[in-house]
Design a protein around this ligand. Sequence first.
Ligand SMILES: [Zn+2]
Ligand SMILES: [Zn+2]
Ligand SMILES: [Zn+2]
Length: 379
Amino acid sequence: MRPEAAPQAGGLERFASPGKGRGLRARRRFAVGELLFSCPAYAAVLTVSERGGHCDGCFARKEGLSKCGRCKQAFYCNVECQKEDWPMHKLECASMCTFGQNWSPSETVRLTARILAKQRTHPERTHSEKLLAVKEFESHIDKLDNEKRELIQNDIAALHHFYSKHLEYPDNAALVVLFAQIFSSYIDLLYPTEDRNDRLRDSYFFNCDCRECITKEKDKEKLEICKLNDPPSAETVQDMIKYARNVIEEFRRAKHYKSPGELLEICELSLDKMGAVFEDSNVYMLHMMYQAMGVCLYVQDWEGALRYGQKIIRPYSKHYPSYSLNVASMWLKLGRLYMALNNRTAGVKALKRAIAIMEVAHGKDHPYISEIKKELEDH
Ligand SMILES: [Zn+2]
Ligand SMILES: [Zn+2]
Ligand SMILES: [Zn+2]
């Protein structure tokens, strides 16, 4: 591995980690909740499903946003936000009008279009690249299998199809590298060691040897088995884990084409089946409950969503580290559900739990926190 010139930022240092890639490490002690580093996003895009509820420019969540007069599909706080977003929105505005209902690039494709546009307008190193330049992102191009290559070619085809007018493209080889550099997959700490390392190998091409991965110390709790007089055999447990992994994958695919009713049925059936072997605190149970909660929220079944959320929150707090965003976001959902169902006491309590975590994870002056505090006052 070649030595890296080590860019530093206030007590942090980039370093090369042999066999794993790049790392970022602390050069001094940081207190809990202390800001390590911040920089503006290089490129960002609001997901289509969030349109109308958030400003397309600054992403603030607001009611009464104004529509883009041309496409009527982008929404802004005011003229300033609209003006600022225009260099990016113009990539899509006319094309959304032309394609109408058939305008359907994925979020990855939409983001890539923005990155390409930004690279044209800002060839120099930007404020977003203090620690790492976009061009330095690892592509692992030599390790991509055929399936990944095919997916990338589909993305490139969509990019040409939906964006041709306002975008200048590099050649196919350079686009393959760019798509390989961009992937939005975090490793969720909820899952057991084997699952985490499968994901690491698949997306980042290395095995982790941190303490938790070596000792697998949390796996037993994460894979909690029912306490029965006649406990299930090791083989039954292994089979159920295999089943759980398959049903998670099946659900992930089904999300793209099945109706909410059918999706909820997959969740309920799998929870029934797994429940014979796994405790409710088992992460595979939690995964399917979380999906079921998502479906309930989508169809605005607040009671259903709340029932799942109430089962999820305690085991979540146990499996995730302190000050976890996943836990904060679950408290936030619960708080809003209680409020919507007129249980103010429980709502206030849940929202305060969310704030307590977010004040550390986001920082005390983060706009999300003022937003939630305002919700507390308004109710
Ligand atoms: Zn705005
Ligand atoms: Zn527009
Ligand atoms: Zn690890």
